[in-house]
Design a protein around this ligand. Structure first.
Ligand code: GRF
Length: 222
């Protein structure tokens, strides 16, 4: 993962299936100059009615729709891959993309796919993570932006944001407050990846040039 793109903006491909509030937060960060050196090359949806797709059209961004229902995963993903390549996408941002990715898709973009998940991974992967966390009774919740690998909600973590669970919370209010954190976290994470100042070492996403901090270090402190 080395973008080395000093001469042109990093081109994002956003994949979404729903309302697209994370996409809109990213678009807002770019428009307001908080996320520099980045542009949205294309917004792709697998759901015709996705609110995020309509919002992208209204913003005048390039969009594409590949309806996934009833199609073989590999065939659908091949169409999406070709579209991303046609638009010269450097980094793919999954933003509420409710579809598992084929191994071929993931292999086509090594360390170039980000996802946002509404829990502090590795706790509560999968669907309805906020409700899972609330029902479990955690005192701290949050969100995670991570690289995508072949396992669900699993790749190297770019950043996390945590919030306390309040006595007054229910699962909905908690999800709303996590979503507000997501909207900050995704742009921050993209900025980190785009900066070229970080690298993936094992599972850790760390500043380049830092001395190696392997897990052996922990034993030295025991
Ligand atoms: C967010 O909670 C995100 O963490 C999860 O899907 C939801 C998408 O919401 N992956 P939105 O469509 O971005 O509003």
């Amino acid at each position: 993962m080395d973008f080395a793109l000093k001469d042109r903006p990093l081109r994002l491909g956003v994949l979404l299936s729903g309302r697209g509030s994370n996409f809109l937060a990213i678009a807002g960060s770019i428009r307001e100059g908080r996320l520099k050196g980045v542009e949205i090359a294309v917004v792709i949806s697998n759901v015709a009615e996705a609110g995020g797709l309509a919002a992208a059209r209204e913003l005048g961004l390039p969009t594409a729709l590949f309806v996934s229902k009833g199609r073989k995963r590999a065939e659908h993903d091949a169409d999406v891959t070709a579209c991303l390549q046609k638009h010269g996408v450097d980094l793919i941002c999954l933003a509420g993309y409710m579809r598992l990715l084929s191994p071929e898709f993931i292999a086509a973009f090594p360390d170039r796919i980000l996802n946002i998940h509404p829990s502090l991974l590795p706790a509560f992967p999968g669907l309805e993570a906020q409700t899972q966390a609330f029902d479990y009774g955690v005192k701290v919740a949050g969100c995670t932006v991570h690289f995508v690998d072949e396992h669900l909600d699993h790749g190297a973590i770019v950043l996390q944001r945590a919030i306390p669970v309040l006595e007054s919370d229910d699962a909905h209010s908690l999800a709303d407050r996590i979503l507000a954190e997501e909207h900050q976290a995704y742009s921050e994470a993209i900025a980190r990846v785009a900066s070229g100042e970080y690298e993936i070492r094992g599972r850790r996403f760390v500043k380049r040039g830092q001395p190696y901090g392997g897990s052996m270090d922990l034993q030295a402190h025991e």
